[in-house]
Structures are given as structure tokens and as C-alpha cells.
Design a protein around this ligand. Structure first.
Ligand SMILES: NC(=O)C1=CN([C@@H]2O[C@H](COP(=O)(O)OP(=O)(O)OC[C@H]3O[C@@H](n4cnc5c(N)ncnc54)[C@H](O)[C@@H]3O)[C@@H](O)[C@H]2O)C=CC1
Ligand SMILES: N[C@@H](CC=O)C(=O)O
Length: 850
């Protein structure tokens, strides 16, 4: 992820400097084996400006194994306990041995593990003798998983010469003491973090804390509920006022929905804390539902990132509200629900019916996932997990026995085989028509809605549907709100086309000036600017003011990264970052003169179209170009490059029209260098080479290094692009090129070359004189056939059409099956910012809807 400077700090160090902290949490599914533990250690030790406090879950599957040991113990099955303890013990030792490089470290860790498992076995045997498993003992047993993985991670860090320390969670995270589902006492935890954790961080110690565990009354160990390590991380992040909290998970981020249900589900790049909390509550398994509670008043962003791909940005959860063009950002489905309906006229105007309903369910220990009441008060609907449907019905019948006997209530109905579908998004508030779009899409998919609920916060709308319809419903709603476009890819909307400009040089700046004047129903919106230093990006479009200051800055030769809100990144990092946002028909416009293939590949992979003025990507080795075209095809993206030959002249367009109508181009000839055309015209008038070239540079005709023009390489690239169209199967190295740069000037720094131009004046004057003597004109000519490509200087008779070219005029001559005796000729200015930017703009406009 591209770096962005940050100012939050976790307090002052003894030296008075601020100590910026971030919290890492490694999930159990990530910590599967020794390789994974080593990977976690690499991530912790990677250089960064912040200090890292680490929270670890148990190794994958260990919590379940510990729960099974607790159950076996309660049932008195000592044999099963021993087998399971031995297995877990051996697994931890094996992981430790693989992680640690030397015997001494291994022996020390093994001693700790032996002690821990002896204690575990003793405790489980005690439970087995008594056949009683108290919630306190259960928590004590289960907490061992996190404690052990933390010990292994610490040992691994120490073996890599890091100053790491195991920190007992119960000594830091204070809770309300509820066994099995404790919630942190935030104020008490703040105090302990200040007293015990911060000093370690200031001393540059790397703390490793078992997640999921806290301290209860009298120092008892308690657990925070399944997935509670997320909560440990957010509580610590809050108390430490961390820069950020990163939850390393085995998923790529928070998705628009479960990808097993909807294969086009995407990663949501950013969610507001309220949206993420809502999603977690409505069954998105990635996040612990209570994990975000500590952050409601504290602005610490949380990143859910893939452990397997640490470069990927994942999902940011913060107080920001971005992606505003998506009123709905995600949807979740909770399966296996029972819909309980309480119906009857006796409910009308009678206070307390709802209260008694929920009290009855609470007493039966049944959690309610959705509530809906018709305003007529004739019925209350609620959802509970399917397996509790019968219990819920019985509990309610008992609670309302009197009303039922008097027929004030008609009855209780429990309908199993249901699912709830909830759509979530802050943008729903105040956007009319969201519910109607949702219901219409469901109706189109043939899905019957059984009940509806919407909170007054308008953060979500939930519907109850038959479970068998869950997949069709999820797909329909996902499609309706275009959620497959969140997190990259082009939203095929009719009213926008988002431009990401790679290169803000002469052509780029001219294009930015021209874009607002384009006359199409859909005017392209510039959302991103990228140069070598970094990028600026605004998903809703950079404002005219932002664009003007970027143009002014670049004209003054300064890097984009010096702008406020800019991020430092390479071009491909920038494209990757930008592509994780929801864009409308995004197009990457490459107006650099660099090897930009990596950035272009990233863009294509994110379904972006490409417009090139840069010739290098298409004159790369043929295998790379073929792969690029294949990638474009795979993603349904287009690569347009009219200006790579002839600037604004319709060269590619004419070629396409010829072949589309069944013609075959046999050869292409002509002059395609504006710079050389201008130079030779001016020298022909008696102007010195150095003077004419400086003028060409000032007018924006030349490549950034004018030797690209003088050496013939720029023409060779154009020739190769044309030749490949007509079947030439070679590379740039197969093009015969005549260079006009004397050997001594070919490799010197460009600045020195520009400073010594006058040295070549005589050489050019004599070339010109020789041509005049023969009654000819000098022209730099290309000739391309499917078998051969040659570019070089020629003295053409004055009667030759090429001799008539003036200034930057290019001429491209297509000899085709149809245009054989009289070839098709395209002539006109072939260089300069205005004509080139206009050509680029034409390509962009081709991508807009008519
Ligand atoms: N000048 C002309 O008449 C024509 C130019 N072209 C092509 O247009 C392209 C741009 O030309 P100019 O604007 O004159 O060049 P320029 O040198 O003025 O601008 C190039 C810009 O690209 C940026 N850049 C270079 N490498 C980059 C990278 N790796 N990542 C991000 N940004 C990078 C530079 O910082 C600079 O701002 C060239 O490829 C040229 O061949 C095509 C047709 C005509
Ligand atoms: N430098 C090039 C610009 C267009 O491609 C030229 O002079 O033709």
C-alpha cells in the first residue's frame, strides 16, 4: 500500500519524541503452521516508522481442540483427554522446532511448552474426576491456545535478535468478568496499558499478547467470545491511540458479500465503522461483532488485510465515508433462520406485548436476529436461529397462554428454512428509492419477501426470505447495486468516465487543459494523476483547482508527491491502489515515455481501458505485447493508441477501417517523425541544426530525450507498431535503423548532449549540402512490410511526394489490396502538444457512451 504520512502518536517517549504505534493482530487461520509463524515474524520485523504491538490468536484449529478436551474432561473421558493433549503438545513443539533455528532456543521453548501442557493435562484430569466443568475452568483451559502461540511467536522474534516480550493479557485487558463472553473494561484497560504496555513500547520492546483473553474478578482468566482476538486488538489500539490496527486475516478484506454465494463479490476498499459493525452483526464472519465497539469514539482506523498477500490493501474501516456513489456497500445473508410470528387483534394498542415477547425469549436464552412489527400492531415477526425456532414458539406460547386462551392472540407461528438478507450502507440515509430498488430486484429474481425490517438509522434494510432463495436473492441485490464494481473495475455507468492520467508532462498537461472543453454528453472526469514521484487521487474527480495546482506544479518541474494529499508510490502501486476504488468506466491514459508495462498490466487486471501516447508498451518484445493483449481480452478492456503513430492523424483509425471492411494492408511507408521533419525543413532553409533542434524541443515536438528522435528509435517504434499490425513477427531489434546521432554523443547524459548541440551543426549542414547538390531533399523514411522493417535517412527527388512535406508534417502511405495502384495517403502535422493531446482525447472519447 502506498505510504501516507500520519501524525497520530501514542504518547511521548522519555526523550520527548512521539512514539507512533500500530497494532497487529494475527488470526488463527493465518497462523496455521511454522511457515505461517515465520511469515508473521517477517511482517512484524519489516522496517516501518511505527512500533508494533502484536496480538496473536491460537494456531489454526487449536481453540476447537481445547474445547473438545474440555468436553471430554467433563464427560470423564481421560483417555480422549490424553490423546488430544498429546497431539496438541506435539503440534506446538513441531511448530516451535521449525520456527527456531538453534537447539538452545528450541530447548528453552520446549521447556515452556512441556510445563504448559503438563498443567493443562492436570487440570483436565481434575475436571474429569469431578465431571464438572465450570465456566471459569473452561475459560482457563481454552485461553491456553493463544498463550502458547504467543510464546512461540516471542521465541521466534527473539531468535531473530529482536527485543520481544510475552505480555500476559490478563494483566492488561481488564473485563467485566463474564466467563466465555467477557467485555473489556475500557477505562481500567487504559490505565494498565499506560502503566505496563507503553513503557515497553517506549523501550523499543516488541510486545506479543495473547488475544481473546482478559482478566476477570480476582485475577481470573476470562475469554472474550469466539473471534475475540479482534476485540483484544481494537481495545489495545484504542488505549494506545495507535496509528492503525491491522487485522491480518485469511481473507482479502471485507467483501461486498460472501463470494461463495456471489462469485463477483469484491473487496470493499473502505467502510465506515458503523457500516462494518452492522455487517459484522448481520453475519459477515470476517469481523468479531463487538470488535468495533471500543472504536466508536476513537478515530483509530482498522485495516483488514490478507496475511498471504501483505502488499494488498484489504479494507480500511474508519470514520471516513467514501464510495458515496454506492448507497449500498455490502450485503450479508444469515441462513438457517426461523421466522416467528405473533398475530392477533389483542395486540392492538396494548402496551407491553413486545416487551413480554422479548423477555420470554431472553429467559429462554434465545437471541433474536431481526424484528419487524406492522404499524397496525396486528403482528410481530422476529427471526431466531432455526434450531431454536421450536423453543421460541413454546416460550412465547407459555408467556401468552392467557391471551391465547382468550383468543386475543391468534397464535404463534414458527416457519423454519428461512434466511435474512441485509443490505448495509451509510449512503442509504436520505437516498430515496433504495428499498424499492432492492425489492424490485428481488421480485425480478422471483424471490418472495416474507418480512421486512429497517432501522431508523437507515443504515440497513433487512428482509426475510426462504433459505432456498438465498443465492438468487444475493445475486440479484448485488447486481442491482453494482457491488461487483466496488474495489476496482469499471462501473458501466452512462454518466461518467474516469480518467487516470499517467504522466503529467507536455502532452498530459495539454490534455488536462483540453478535457473540460470536450463536447460529449459524458465529459471525462480526471480522478487520478500519477508521475514518477507518486499520485493524487480523488474518487469523485479532482476539482478544477486541484488540477490547476497540479499543472502549475508540474510545469515548474516539481514532483506530484509535493502536493498536499499526494501519496508516494511507483506508477504500478498507484494504479493498483486506485483500482481498488469504485470507478466508472476507468481508463488509464499513459502519456509518459517510459517502460510502463507493469502499471498497464495492473490497470488491465482491474478492468481498466488503456489509452497510449507512449510507444514503448506496444514496441516491447512481442511475447510481452501478446500477453498484454491477451490480458486486455480477458478483462474485456480496450487498448487505444492512435497517437503512437502520427500524433493526431487518423492512422490507426484508417488502418482499422481498411481491415474491418476486408482489405489487406501490404506495406506501409512514409515519414512519421515530426521532429525530423521540422529539423530537415529548417536546415533546408539554412538554419543551423542546434538552433532548429532547440526550437523543436521548445515547441514540444521531441521526445523527452531528443536523441530518441535523432537516433531513429522513435520512428523505429512507430514502424514496429505499424508493421506488427500487418503481420511482422519481429521485435525492435529486428528493425533496421539508421541513427543520425554520432557515436560519441549517443551515451552521454542528456543535459550534456543538449549543451553540445552546436558541435553537430557542420555535420548536418554538409548532409544538407550533399542532398542539394543532387537536387534532392532529405527525409527520414520508414518502410514496413510483413517481412522487413527499415527506417533511415533518404535523399528523395524533389518531385517525390515526401519532398513536399513541411515542418512537422507526417505522411503515412498504406498500400493495400484495394489501394494498390493509388495508395491511401494520410498527411498532416504529426507532432506537438496540441495535435497529440487532441488525438489522445479522441481515443478517450471513443470509450465514452455516445
Ligand atoms: N510530443 C509529441 O508531439 C508526441 C508525443 N507522444 C508521446 O507522448 C508521450 C509524452 O510526451 P511528452 O508529454 O512530450 O513527455 P514529457 O517528458 O513532457 O512528459 C512525460 C511525463 O511522464 C512522467 N513519467 C515518466 N516516466 C514515468 C513513470 N514511469 N511513471 C509515471 N510518470 C512518468 C514524467 O514525470 C513526465 O511528467 C511520449 O511517450 C511521446 O512519445 C506521442 C505523439 C506525439
Ligand atoms: N517526437 C515525436 C513525437 C510524436 O510521436 C516526433 O517528433 O514525431
Amino acid at each position: 500500500m502506498p505510504a501516507r504520512s500520519s501524525t497520530r502518536s501514542a504518547g511521548r517517549s522519555s526523550t520527548g519524541r512521539s512514539t507512533a504505534v500500530e497494532v497487529f493482530k494475527f488470526g488463527g487461520a493465518s497462523l496455521a503452521d511454522a511457515a505461517a509463524v515465520r511469515h508473521a515474524i517477517d511482517l512484524i520485523l519489516a522496517p516501518r516508522p511505527t512500533r508494533v504491538v502484536n496480538v496473536v490468536s491460537a494456531l489454526a484449529g487449536v481453540t476447537d481442540a481445547l474445547l473438545a478436551i474440555a468436553t471430554a474432561a467433563r464427560e470423564g473421558d481421560v483417555k480422549a483427554v490424553d490423546v488430544a493433549v498429546d497431539r496438541l503438545h506435539a503440534r506446538h513443539v513441531a511448530v516451535g522446532n521449525e520456527v527456531l533455528p538453534n537447539i538452545r532456543a528450541r530447548t528453552a521453548l520446549q521447556r515452556e511448552l512441556d510445563e504448559a501442557f503438563d498443567e493443562l493435562r492436570m487440570l483436565a484430569h481434575g475436571v474429569a474426576s469431578l465431571r464438572e466443568l465450570t465456566p471459569r475452568t473452561r475459560d482457563f483451559l481454552v485461553a491456553r491456545g493463544e498463550q502458547l502461540s504467543a510464546r512461540i511467536v516471542v521465541a521466534g522474534l527473539v531468535s531473530r535478535k529482536a527485543k520481544a516480550q510475552y505480555v500476559e493479557a490478563a494483566e492488561i485487558i481488564q473485563t467485566d468478568g463474564v466467563f466465555g463472553n467477557a467485555f473489556p473494561d475500557l477505562a481500567a484497560t487504559d490505565r494498565l496499558v499506560r502503566a505496563r504496555l507503553r513503557p515497553l513500547v517506549r523501550r523499543k520492546v516488541i510486545p506479543v499478547i495473547p488475544g481473546f483473553v482478559g482478566g476477570g474478578e480476582g485475577g481470573a482468566l476470562v475469554t472474550l467470545g469466539r473471534g475475540g482476538s479482534d476485540l483484544t486488538a481494537t481495545v489495545l489500539g484504542r488505549s494506545l491511540k495507535a496509528e492503525r490496527i491491522t487485522l491480518w486475516k485469511d481473507v482479502p478484506g471485507l467483501m461486498t458479500t460472501d463470494p461463495r454465494l456471489v462469485p463477483t463479490a469484491r473487496i470493499v476498499p473502505q467502510l465506515n465503522v458503523r457500516e462494518a459493525a452492522e455487517l459484522a452483526y448481520y453475519g459477515a464472519k470476517v469481523l468479531h461483532p463487538r470488535a468495533l465497539i471500543p472504536l466508536t469514539r476513537v478515530r483509530v482506523p482498522v485495516f483488514v488485510r490478507p496475511f498471504a498477500d501483505p502488499e494488498a490493501p484489504g479494507t480500511e474501516i474508519s470514520v471516513r465515508h467514501t464510495l458515496q456513489r454506492y448507497p449500498v456497500k455490502a450485503l450479508s445473508i444469515v441462513r438457517s433462520q426461523a421466522l416467528i410470528t405473533v398475530t392477533g387483534n389483542g395486540m392492538l394498542g396494548v402496551p407491553g406485548i413486545a416487551a413480554r415477547t422479548f423477555a420470554a425469549l431472553q429467559q429462554a436464552g434465545i437471541s433474536v436476529t431481526l424484528i419487524s412489527q406492522a404499524s397496525s400492531e396486528h403482528s410481530i415477526c422476529l427471526c431466531v436461529p432455526s434450531e431454536r425456532g421450536r423453543d421460541a414458539k413454546i416460550a412465547l406460547e407459555r408467556a401468552f397462554a392467557l391471551e391465547l386462551s382468550r383468543r386475543e392472540l391468534e397464535g404463534m407461528d414458527a416457519q423454519t428454512g428461512m434466511a435474512t438478507l441485509a443490505v448495509v450502507g451509510l449512503g442509504m440515509a436520505g437516498s430515496p428509492g433504495i428499498a424499492s430498488r432492492m425489492f424490485t430486484s428481488l421480485s425480478r429474481a422471483g424471490v418472495n419477501i416474507v418480512a421486512i425490517a429497517q432501522g431508523s438509522s437507515e443504515l440497513n434494510i433487512s428482509v426475510v426470505i426462504a433459505e432456498r432463495d438465498a443465492e438468487a436473492a444475493a445475486r440479484a441485490v448485488h447486481d442491482e447495486f453494482q457491488l461487483d464494481k466496488i474495489g476496482g473495475g469499471g462501473v458501466r455507468r452512462d454518466d461518467r468516465l474516469d480518467v487516470v492520467l499517467l504522466g503529467v508532462g507536455q502532452i498530459g498537461r495539454e490534455l488536462l487543459r483540453m478535457l473540460p472543453r470536450s463536447r460529449r454528453r459524458v465529459r471525462p472526469t480526471v480522478v487520478g494523476l500519477i508521475d514518477r514521484s507518486g499520485f493524487v487521487f480523488e474518487p469523485d474527480g479532482l476539482s478544477p483547482r486541484q488540477l490547476a495546482s497540479a499543472v502549475a506544479l508540474k510545469s515548474a518541474g516539481k514532483p506530484l508527491a509535493s502536493l498536499a494529499h499526494a501519496r508516494k508510490a511507483s506508477a504500478s502501486e498507484a494504479v493498483q491502489w486506485i483500482a481498488t476504488h469504485a470507478l466508472a468506466r476507468p481508463v488509464l491514459v499513459d502519456v509518459t515515455a517510459d517502460d510502463t508495462l507493469p502499471a498497464i498490466r495492473k490497470a488491465l487486471a482491474a478492468d481498466m481501458d488503456i489509452v497510449l501516447a507512449n510507444k514503448k508498451p506496444l514496441s516491447a518484445p512481442r511475447a510481452e505485447v501478446a500477453a498484454l493483449r491477451a490480458l486486455a481480452k480477458q478483462h474485456g478492456a480496450r487498448i487505444l493508441h492512435e497517437t503512437t503513430v502520427g500524433a493526431g492523424l487518423p492512422v490507426m483509425d484508417s488502418y482499422a477501417k481498411l481491415v474491418e471492411t476486408g482489405d489487406k494492408v501490404l506495406r506501409v511507408e512514409g515519414c512519421t517523425s515530426g521532429t525530423l521533419g521540422f529539423l530537415l525543413t529548417e536546415i533546408g532553409k539554412g538554419r543551423p541544426f542546434s538552433d532548429a533542434l532547440r526550437d523543436a524541443m521548445a515547441r514540444g515536438y521531441t521526445e523527452p530525450d531528443p536523441r530518441d528522435d535523432l537516433s531513429g528509435m522513435d520512428v523505429a517504434r512507430k514502424a514496429l507498431i505499424l508493421a506488427r499490425l500487418i503481420g511482422f513477427d519481429g521485435d525492435l531489434t529486428d528493425v533496421t535503423v539508421e541513427s543520425l546521432v554520432p557515436e560519441a554523443y549517443r551515451h552521454m547524459p542528456v543535459a550534456k548532449f543538449k549543451a553540445t548541440l552546436a558541435d553537430q551543426d557542420k555535420l548536418w549542414a554538409s548532409r544538407q549540402a550533399a542532398a542539394v547538390k543532387q537536387g534532392r531533399a532529405l527525409r527520414y523514411v520508414l518502410r514496413a512490410t510483413p517481412r522487413k522493417v527499415v527506417v533511415g535517412l533518404q535523399a528523395v527527388p524533389l518531385s517525390h511526394p515526401l519532398a513536399g512535406l513541411r515542418g512537422t508534417d507526417n505522411q503515412i502511405v498504406f498500400t493495400t489490396k484495394r489501394y494498390k495502384e493509388h495508395p491511401l495517403v494520410i498527411t498532416g502535422p504529426g507532432a506537438g502538444p496540441a495535435v497529440t493531446a487532441a488525438g489522445v482525447l479522441n481515443d478517450i472519447l471513443q470509450l465514452t457512451p455516445a
